[in-house]
Design a protein around this ligand. Structure first.
Ligand code: FA5
Length: 344
């Protein structure tokens, strides 16, 4: 067969193969077969040397033309496959804008946390700063230095989780008073929010609950300052119409001492299981810092006086959100928790 015929049939064959190719991979093998180093066209070009100069020119030009043509066809077909793949991909990934969106659940604060933050902010706005102490506490700070000696019946007042080596799970936030006064000299105005633990469990008592301790020490602090501060705080949380009652009480670390009740917001004062049918609910203990406590921490009780209070956050959250069982706050039943979405 003449070289010209050979080239022409090669062109036809390549055309046919490219037309019927069904993938980019098959195009690659066609490319190798015709245009590769050991390809058909190369071997024809190698034999050009045997031709006369005129024929060489003519056949050379034809071979180059066919080479360009095959390259062109391959490029076009490859482009076709690439576009097809993109179209298929787009079809697969098509977004159906008529579908309803999948909502992202936005979390919100637990009522205990939001109450704790709200109370803390109220005291911070009155000039108190925030102090912290550990939940695993020295018995000495939890009891002894708060004027509760080892054989004092007051140790039974709070049923304690005793640990080894003279440590306890703190039964109240009052040991933070000791820690603060050991570190800092008057004037002192701190609050200490945190978890506390007692062997207690019923609709208004939980074995783990939260308190906020308050401590203010300076010259000439009186019970009036204590009453005024707590009044501002309670009216700030519950509004001006809330009923507030100070009852004389006893705490070893304060003298005189009082407990504060507020009118039950769950039943409006008519009596329910939360207020044990009294119309009132005890939310905090307070009093003037006992001189023995000042002496234990090295503050002169002749020069300084102060007040302290400790309030139960869960009780306040229950009254604020009208929750009739403290245990609901810790069971993590989402039907309960969802009711507080949107609170701060
Ligand atoms: C004390 O814990 C004292 N440390 C408070 C205090 C501080 C008095 C400073 C004077 C000066 P009491 O045991 O009463 O006091 O507890 C304070 C508050 O914690 C109670 O008024 C109540 O609101 C809350 N509380 C007590 N026990 C529980 C419990 N088991 N579950 C939920 N809240 C409780």
């Amino acid at each position: 067969m003449s070289l010209r015929r050979e080239i022409e049939s090669l062109e036809k064959e390549a055309n046919e193969l490219i037309k019927n190719a069904d993938s980019i991979e098959s195009l690659s093998s066609i490319k190798v077969k015709f245009l590769g180093k050991k390809g058909k066209l190369k071997s024809i070009l190698k034999s050009l040397g045997k031709l006369s100069p005129e024929e060489r020119k003519e056949i050379g030009q034809l071979a180059n033309k066919v080479k360009e043509e095959i390259e062109n066809l391959l490029r076009k077909k490859e482009q076709f496959f690439r576009e097809k793949a993109i179209q298929e991909e787009l079809k697969k990934d098509r977004v159906d804008i008529t579908l309803p969106p999948s909502w992202i659940e936005v979390g919100s604060a637990h009522p205990v946390v939001s109450t704790l933050v709200e109370i803390s902010q109220l005291f911070i706005s009155m000039g108190f700063s925030v102090a912290e102490g550990p939940e695993v506490e020295k018995e000495e700070y939890n009891f002894d230095m708060l004027n509760i000696p080892k054989d004092h019946p007051a140790r039974d007042m709070q049923d304690t989780f005793f640990l080894n080596n003279g440590m306890v799970l703190r039964t109240h936030t009052s040991p933070v008073q000791i820690r603060t006064m050991l570190k800092q000299k008057p004037p002192i105005a701190v609050i200490a929010p945190g978890r506390v633990y007692r062997k207690d469990a019923d609709p208004t008592h939980s074995p783990m609950f939260h308190q906020i301790e308050g401590l203010l020490v300076d010259e000439n602090i009186t019970f009036r300052d204590l009453k005024g501060t707590l009044k501002i705080f309670l009216e700030g949380i519950f509004g001006k119409d809330i009923g507030i009652r100070f009852r004389p009480s006893y705490f070893p670390f304060t003298e005189p001492s009082a407990e504060v009740d507020i009118s039950c917001t769950v039943c409006g004062g008519t009596g329910c299981r939360v207020c044990k049918d009294t119309g009132w609910l005890e939310i905090l203990g307070c009093g003037m810092v006992d001189p023995n406590v000042f002496e234990a921490v090295g503050i002169d009780p002749e020069k300084y006086t102060g007040f302290a209070f400790g309030l139960g956050i869960e009780r306040i959250a229950m009254l604020k959100y009208k929750i009739n069982d403290i245990r609901l706050l810790f069971e993590n039943d989402m039907r309960f928790n969802h009711q507080f979405k949107g609170i701060r």
